[in-house]
Design a protein. Structure first.
Length: 94
């Protein structure tokens, strides 16, 4: 198993269902140097900030389709968890 203690982790799609649970699990099980929540949803990032408080979590507004922004977010990162996805489409739910 990968040891995430002391690592800087970039979590794309960090405010989605999987991303939120992954962040909870990482912060419960490890002591990362920094967990970067990368997503387009400023409101959900604000809610996660309230939940995780003073832990070593940073929030980065961005879209994975914006490569310049994504490269900036990846500066100094040891591990990337890619959980970003396209929004649910009605035809996918049938």
């Amino acid at each position: 198993m990968l040891d995430l203690n002391g690592s800087t982790i970039l979590l794309t799609g960090g405010t989605g269902s999987f991303g939120h649970k992954f962040a909870e699990a990482v912060l419960r099980r490890y002591t990362p140097r920094k967990l970067i929540i990368f997503s387009r949803d400023e409101l959900k990032q604000s809610e996660m900030h309230k939940q995780f408080g003073g832990k070593d979590v940073r929030y980065f507004i961005g879209d994975v389709r914006d490569l310049d922004r994504l490269h900036r977010a990846m500066n100094g990162v040891d591990a990337v968890v890619h959980a970003a996805t396209a929004a649910a489409q009605p035809w996918k739910l049938r």
